[in-house]
Structures are given as structure tokens and as C-alpha cells.
Design a protein around this ligand. Structure first.
Ligand SMILES: C[S@@+](CC[C@H](N)C(=O)[O-])C[C@H]1O[C@@H](n2cnc3c(N)ncnc32)[C@H](O)[C@@H]1O
Length: 259
């Protein structure tokens, strides 16, 4: 079954609702991703305050809001109008001056070299042209700009967790549609090559996974599946963080080189 990106319009009004499955990206995954990216910025001596940041595939604005709260001036781009409306409303309610624009990563509606940092979280495995998205991001970044990302590896473990458990098996699935297509998962090697081809120095890949022991995850997952636990609470209990293994999800960063 090919990927169904229409899901972000169908249920994208509920990104911030604890009972919406999209909220699983929020609980502990978003803090884990942001903490890692913030530590990279510190290592590179970059204070987020006053930087211009581009969120490619911003969805409901989870990562945009994290960066905005840290002082980054954020522009979020996404093809899903429903998700963007949700992101705008949430940012406005919380007094965050984030700009959101409709667009695709393959053709970013932004000027050349306009951003100090770019982030693209859980998006690269959704796009039709990976090279185009990365070359467009390179175009948008200033030389020396930092590119942060996370995506899903193409392994049996990712297939089991993200495809079989989450969307294929009738008694476990939380999405009744192809939120992912396993053929679009990306290995770290493939991503490295695509980054190098498009003007980046690849710096690091690390795993992004739960820090909770396995039996507890299974029980909480089943409770979530039958509506006893919210998706938001389930995600928080997973205690996502940086790990050594890149077998399922992984994150990393690259630096834009001068032309
Ligand atoms: C799993 S969500 C991730 C949302 C957000 N980055 C986060 O981590 O909370 C994937 C997002 O990618 C967007 N998307 C799909 N195809 C895209 C494309 N070609 N360019 C940019 N975004 C795209 C979807 O609309 C959706 O909002």
C-alpha cells in the first residue's frame, strides 16, 4: 500500500489532542529530539536566541514551538492546510510568533540562504523526492548552517514496529491507513550519500528510541490501543531519548558547506 499523506488533513486538526494518535510524536519524542538538537547547537557554540530557523514538514508545530520557545525565529512549512491551521491556532494561543506557510519540501517557498538552522523531523520518509528536499534545504541555509533531522531506518525492526504493529495487524494497529511505506524508509548510508550530494558535511547519526523497559511498553501500548491510556501519556511513558542503536528511528545533523 503506498503512503497516505492525506491523513494529515483528515486528522490534522487534532495534533495537540492527547487522544489523537499524531500526539505520539509530542509526549517524549519531541523533547528528546529538541534536547539532542540543542546539545549540538551548544557544541557548535550557537545560541538559539535570534537565529532564523526553518521547519520543513512542520505538521502541527511541535518542533517549531520548541525552537521558538528557545528564541529561534521560526518559519514552518507543510503541504497540509489542516495541520497548518492547527499549528497557527496553537502558536497564537500560546503567544508564539511563528510564521507558517503552505509548501512542499521539494519546492520550498523561501529565499536562498535565509536561515541559520533547518530541522526536518519525521518527514524525510514521507517525501516523494528525497534529493530535491535536501537540495532545497541546502539552498535555504546559509553556509555553515546546521541541518537537523530524524527519520526511520529501513530494517526488520522498523518494519515490525512501524508497519506491522502500528498499521497492518488488525488487533494492534493504531492507524487504519498507510501512515508509512516501508520502501520509503531510509538507511543512514542512503541519507549520508544524499546529504553529501547536496552540499552538506555529515556530522553524526544517533538512535532515537524509548528508554523504558520492554514489558512495560507492551502493556502501555495495549492500554492505549483499547482507549485506557491517551496517546500523549503513552508517548511520555516511553521516555524517548538518544540511543546508540539506529535500528528503528534515528536522528542526526549535517552542516551546509559554502557553494
Ligand atoms: C509525521 S509528520 C511530522 C510532523 C512534524 N515534523 C513533527 O515531527 O511533529 C510528517 C509531516 O510531513 C508532511 N509532509 C508530507 N509530505 C511532505 C513534503 N513533500 N514536504 C514537506 N512536508 C511533507 C506531512 O504533511 C506531515 O505534517
Amino acid at each position: 500500500m503506498s503512503i497516505d499523506n492525506g491523513v494529515y488533513d483528515r486528522i490534522g486538526s487534532g495534533w495537540w489532542d492527547e487522544d489523537n494518535p499524531l500526539n505520539m510524536l509530542q509526549g517524549s519524542m519531541t523533547p528528546a529530539r529538541f534536547d539532542y538538537f540543542a546539545s549540538v547547537m551548544r557544541d557548535h557554540g550557537r545560541s538559539p536566541d535570534g537565529l532564523r530557523g526553518l521547519d520543513v514538514g512542520c505538521g502541527g508545530g511541535f518542533m517549531s514551538e520548541r525552537f521558538a520557545r528557545a528564541g529561534v525565529t521560526v518559519l514552518g512549512i507543510d503541504p497540509s492546510e489542516v495541520s497548518l491551521a492547527t499549528a497557527r491556532k496553537h502558536a497564537e494561543t500560546n503567544g508564539l510568533p511563528i510564521e507558517y506557510r503552505t509548501g512542499f519540501g521539494e519546492e520550498l517557498p523561501v529565499d536562498d540562504q535565509a536561515f541559520d538552522i533547518a530541522f526536518c523531523c519525521d518527514v524525510l520518509e514521507h517525501v516523494s523526492d528525497l534529493d530535491k528536499v535536501i537540495s532545497e534545504t541546502a539552498r535555504a541555509l546559509k553556509p555553515g548552517g546546521l541541518y537537523f533531522f530524524d527519520t526511520i531506518n529501513r530494517t526488520w525492526a522498523a518494519n515490525l514496529l512501524m508497519i506491522k504493529l502500528m498499521q497492518d495487524w488488525r488487533f494492534t494497529r493504531v492507524f487504519d491507513t498507510a501512515i508509512h511505506d516501508p520502501t520509503m524508509f531510509i538507511t543512514p548510508n542512503e541519507l549520508s550519500e544524499a546529504l553529501r550530494r547536496n552540499g552538506f558535511v555529515v556530522c553524526e547519526f544517533v538512535g532515537l528510541a524509548p528508554h523504558t523497559a520492554n514489558p512495560r511498553i507492551a502493556i502501555d501500548f495495549l492500554r492505549t490501543r483499547i482507549g485506557r491510556l491517551s496517546f500523549g501519556e503513552f508517548s511520555r511513558r516511553l521516555h524517548f531519548g538518544k540511543t546508540k542503536s539506529t535500528a528503528a528511528s534515528y536522528m542526526g545533523y549535517a552542516v551546509r558547506i559554502a557553494d
